[in-house]
Design a protein around this ligand. Structure first.
Ligand SMILES: *[C@@H]1O[C@H](CO)[C@@H](O)[C@H](O)[C@H]1NC(C)=O
Ligand SMILES: *[C@@H]1O[C@H](CO)[C@@H](O)[C@H](O)[C@H]1NC(C)=O
Ligand SMILES: *[C@@H]1O[C@H](CO)[C@@H](O)[C@H](O)[C@H]1NC(C)=O
Ligand SMILES: *[C@@H]1O[C@H](CO)[C@@H](O)[C@H](O)[C@H]1NC(C)=O
Ligand SMILES: *[C@@H]1O[C@H](CO)[C@@H](O)[C@H](O)[C@H]1NC(C)=O
Ligand SMILES: *[C@@H]1O[C@H](CO)[C@@H](O)[C@H](O)[C@H]1NC(C)=O
Ligand SMILES: *[C@@H]1O[C@H](CO)[C@@H](O)[C@H](O)[C@H]1NC(C)=O
Ligand SMILES: *[C@@H]1O[C@H](CO)[C@@H](O)[C@H](O)[C@H]1NC(C)=O
Ligand SMILES: *[C@@H]1O[C@H](CO)[C@@H](O)[C@H](O)[C@H]1NC(C)=O
Ligand SMILES: *[C@@H]1O[C@H](CO)[C@@H](O)[C@H](O)[C@H]1NC(C)=O
Ligand SMILES: *[C@@H]1O[C@H](CO)[C@@H](O)[C@H](O)[C@H]1NC(C)=O
Length: 828
């Protein structure tokens, strides 16, 4: 009992004198003496005690000035969240000195006047003009349990005159025309209940594209026009005090009061990238995010600040003749053109030029003495823009933009804005050479020669046979593209807040997979789109690094790759948001009875068999040969794309049936690609060792501990290919059918194909019945022989993934490979 009673005692000790000092009123009327700001802690409180109103001293004002405000009572007597203040028609707060007072006069009208309670003194504030006629002597000022101040028979309500906050159930006055909310510092406003603006006109965000805000409901939904809504992460919980506030930093946030502690939680916020808010940094500065909820404003290289916050100016001026200057590239940095008048107007400080190459863009800027910088976008449309002043600069990998800053040639400042170099220099295609092995038998060298020749030949070979296949699936591709675009507003992945994802996944309740990289949850975005949220473990590096990597992953678009829509980097949380692929992973279909479960990105051996996915319990349909072939080809193409066509050369490092998800019509989608890039450099060595899955890891990876190359993925794919054909795990097969200690699936399969000539022994017995026509025989043969090439012991003997796809397609002939030798993974 001792540990309990001490805090309780302290609590009483503190509370008693406070209660005694405070004068709490439930109403204020003509019978009460005038209310002065200095009346010791005199407040008006709501019946349930959640809200209070009174005078608050303006910080750092001398002599002291006061505002008349209503607030939510917080955890202690000094903790209050102001939800309304008496204000002028331009929303600026009404303020007055200690001598002013609020009073209800004999005629029943309420006013706050400066000086004494004397009818001739100036009125600072008085509730709505409609009041004078309908006021009565018995009228009283009240504060109700929704947080609204009410006065008089005409029912003046502070809800009708919002300042920076909207409460639950509060209707937006004037149908939302004009300024809806204005931040307390006067810099930002919510205009027409739809857009956020800085300095009266500079647009920077939409509440929701195309719809306006209607109101906040009691259970935490933001109702929008067009019957849409935005959902807070604690939506559904009633009896919570919530407020939607346009904060002084220009962001619109929904706060929810935790009843127990009476502290506020942010349950929704409009702008995720705070640096995109106009006016965050002064001229010349670049806004850089620091954590999820703060920013830093730094000077670019060659510039300096004379004061702590003010603008940054050049350290030295160049002549403008184009002879004594140079350009410094700042990656992922862009500036705005200043006060734009419409959404398409670039603003007076920027010129948007028709697409140019980098050299032309640079000389355009150099030729103009007024040009201080130019912006260039490498990907896509090669945007070129020039600036005459640096306004609203910010760093965000989502922009994919670089700004070239013009500085004097002697400038030697270090440039902290780098990171795009890798991307620019490894622009596709990355060609994978097939090196000749240093010491090998003559037959091997001959085989290599054959492969190398085939490589040349295949360039000429068309993929006509697959044209029909592609056409059939192009509709899916279009769909994915359309869906994806909405989530890539600025050309990059969308950033989600932790609260948003917590709400989307119902507090991370529906686990659909667990693995080495993290746990996967099923979720639903407010627009009802199903997503898989992967909560990553052991991701090192800073937020900026994570962001840059995620941007690269999000750029990988392929019909057979799971699409990434966004990510979350909130304090130490790192999450990826993917499209949800409903049918689950390939292993469930292939290894019937194996009991493996999981959907999206089940990347681990300890795959969960979560009870929430009822589909796992159902009998899975048996995949026919044609479907298996299509799956194999799709996966091969996706990995070939990763290896050879992407901006960055990406190894998958964990190809296995669990990471192959199946869409409608069994269109395969490879998941978990690019994740090995997200692990920190420090962890990379150890991580990669654990990453691969037993049974799918290439020999050089397990035995020699050599660096992992693209050929390791080829090996894993070969193993998966054999499993697709046989319907059995490469290691499970051995225990069932063959007792020998040194049994090795690829070796066994090789003998079946090239020695015994009994390919049908490898084929899944469940589909053997359909293996009767020549076309099926040819398909199986192609799949098995391709796998034999992929499973070569020596990495350099394995074909590239692009080549593998061609082998599967049948557009190149497959020669006889070297026999894979004994290789025992089991006891490593
Ligand atoms: C109001 O209460 C606080 C303690 O909560 C006290 O420090 C302050 O002096 C009081 N103000 C007046 C004017 O009495
Ligand atoms: C009151 O609460 C605020 C925030 O909730 C806290 O910062 C402050 O220290 C508290 N003051 C006291 C006297 O407990
Ligand atoms: C009313 O205010 C005026 C100046 O504002 C002052 O001259 C006058 O004495 C005041 N009357 C009373 C009764 O306080
Ligand atoms: C408080 O007053 C406002 C404005 O008139 C009204 O919308 C709201 O329903 C009232 N709340 C309660 C609990 O009576
Ligand atoms: C909030 O909006 C909904 C939908 O338009 C409407 O039905 C409801 O009456 C509104 N509530 C208030 C308090 O305005
Ligand atoms: C808002 O403004 C529009 C256009 O100016 C007007 O048509 C509409 O009637 C206004 N709505 C209200 C409620 O004033
Ligand atoms: C805000 O607008 C005013 C004029 O409308 C302009 O003079 C001022 O420079 C602007 N401030 C910023 C920071 O853009
Ligand atoms: C905001 O909404 C308007 C109208 O729907 C649209 O034209 C504009 O592109 C939107 N802007 C952003 C940044 O979403
Ligand atoms: C310039 O700003 C930085 C922080 O951004 C600050 O550390 C430095 O003191 C400032 N320089 C001057 C001269 O105020
Ligand atoms: C650069 O030029 C501007 C005006 O042209 C001037 O105000 C500034 O002092 C100059 N800066 C230096 C470092 O000479
Ligand atoms: C940069 O140049 C200045 C002179 O222009 C020199 O004093 C300074 O040491 C140089 N800094 C570096 C890091 O080279």
């Amino acid at each position: 009992m001792v540990p309990l009673s001490l805090p309780l005692f302290l609590c009483l000790l503190l509370a008693v004198p406070l209660l005694a000092a405070a004068q709490q009123m439930s109403s204020f009327s003509a019978t009460d003496k005038p209310w002065r700001p200095t009346d010791s802690n005199r407040t008006l409180v709501s019946p349930k005690g959640d809200f209070a109103a009174g005078f608050l001293a303006v910080a750092a004002s001398s002599p002291a000035t006061y505002r008349f405000a209503a607030w939510v009572v917080g955890a202690n007597s000094t903790d209050r969240a102001v939800i309304w203040y008496a204000h002028h028609t331009n929303y600026s707060p009404s303020e007055a000195g200690a001598a002013s007072s609020l009073a209800v006069d004999a005629a029943g009208s309420l006013s706050w006047s400066d000086g004494a309670a004397n009818s001739s003194s100036a009125v600072i504030w008085s509730p709505g003009p409609a009041l004078s006629s309908s006021a009565t002597t018995t009228a009283a000022l009240l504060l109700n349990d929704s947080g609204s101040l009410l006065y008089g028979a005409a029912a003046w309500s502070s809800f009708g005159e919002p300042t920076d906050t909207l409460m639950a159930g509060q209707a937006i006055p004037g149908g939302g025309n004009g300024t809806t909310l204005q931040s307390a510092n006067g810099r930002y406003r919510l205009y027409n209940a739809a857009t956020l603006q800085f300095n009266g006109s500079l647009f920077y965000a939409n509440v929701s594209s195309g719809s306006a805000l209607l109101n906040l409901t009691d259970d935490g939904k933001l109702q929008l026009s067009g019957a849409t809504q935005l959902i807070a992460s604690d939506q559904g919980t009633t009896n919570r005090v919530r407020r939607l506030t346009l904060d002084d930093d220009g962001n619109l946030r929904l706060y929810s009061l935790i009843p127990k502690t009476r502290r506020w939680n942010v349950v929704w916020q409009l702008v995720q990238e705070l640096c995109t808010i106009r006016g965050t940094c002064d001229a010349g500065r670049i806004c850089v995010p620091v954590g999820a909820d703060s920013v830093d404003c730094v000077c670019p290289p060659g510039y300096r600040n004379t004061t702590l916050k003010g603008p940054c100016t050049p350290k030295k001026n160049y002549s403008g003749s184009g002879k004594d200057d140079k350009f410094v590239r700042m990656d992922f940095v862009s500036f705005s053109g200043g006060a734009a008048t419409t959404a398409t107007d670039p603003g007076p400080l920027m010129s948007k030029l028709p697409p140019k190459n980098l050299a032309d863009c640079e000389s355009t800027c150099r030729d103009d003495p007024k040009c201080v910088a130019f912006g260039y976008k490498f990907g896509g449309d090669r945007t070129c823009q020039t600036y005459t002043a640096l306004q609203d600069g910010y760093w965000s990998p989502a922009t994919e933009m670089s700004t070239y800053l013009r500085v004097v040639s002697s400038d030697n400042d270090t440039n902290p804005f780098t990171g795009m170099t890798d991307m620019i220099q490894t622009v596709c295609p990355v060609t994978l050479a097939l090196p000749v092995p240093p010491r090998q038998s003559e037959t091997t060298i001959r085989n290599v020669a054959i492969i190398t020749t085939l490589f040349a030949v295949e360039l000429l070979a068309g993929v006509l046979s697959f044209w029909a296949f592609l056409r059939k699936y192009s509709q899916y591709r279009e769909m994915a593209r359309t869906l994806g675009l909405e989530y890539l507003p600025a050309g990059g992945p969308r950033r989600f807040s932790y609260a948003e994802l917590k709400a989307a996944t119902k507090d991370f309740s529906d686990v659909v997979g667990r693995g080495g990289y993290g746990t996967v949850y099923r979720g639903e975005l407010p627009d009802r789109r199903a997503v898989a949220v992967k909560q990553l473990h052991s991701v090192g590096g800073g937020e900026a690094e994570f962001w840059a990597e995620v941007t690269i992953i999000a750029r990988m678009h392929h019909l057979n790759l799971v699409r990434m829509w966004g990510f979350c980097a909130d304090r130490d949380q790192r999450m990826l948001v993917y499209e949800y692929v409903p049918n689950g992973s390939l292993d469930k279909y292939l290894f019937a009875g194996a009991g493996a479960g999981g959907s999206n990105g089940g990347d681990g051996e300890e795959e969960s068999s979560s009870s929430s996915s009822e589909q796992q319990k159902q009998q899975q349909p048996l995949l026919d040969l044609h479907t298996r072939y299509r799956i194999a080809l799709g996966v091969a193409r996706a990995i070939a794309y990763l290896h050879e066509e992407c901006l960055e050369w990406v190894l998958h490092c964990d190809i296995k049936p669990e990471n192959i998800l199946l869409e409608d019509d069994f269109c395969p989608k490879v998941s978990d690609f690019g994740l090995s890039k997200l692990t920190s450099k420090r962890d990379k060595v150890t991580m990669s060792r654990i990453r691969g899955t037993r049974g799918y890891m290439a020999p050089e990876w397990v035995i020699h501990r050599e660096p992992i190359t693209a050929k390791a993925d080829v090996y894993s794919f070969g193993m998966v290919l054999l499993e697709i054909v046989s319907g059995r795990r490469n290691y499970g097969f051995r225990q069932e059918s063959v007792g020998s200690e040194d049994w090795y699936f690829p070796k066994w399969a090789y003998e079946k194909v090239y020695v015994e000539r009994r390919i049908d022994d490898i084929l899944d017995p469940r589909i053997a019945a359909s293996y009767d026509d020549a076309a099926s025989v040819a398909t199986v043969e192609r799949m098995v022989k391709t796998a034999m090439w992929c499973l070569q012991d020596r990495a350099e003997m394995r074909p590239s993934m692009g080549k593998v796809a061609k082998m599967l397609e049948g557009s190149v002939e497959i020669t006889e490979p070297v026999k894979p030798t004994i290789f025992c993974v089991q006891d490593d």
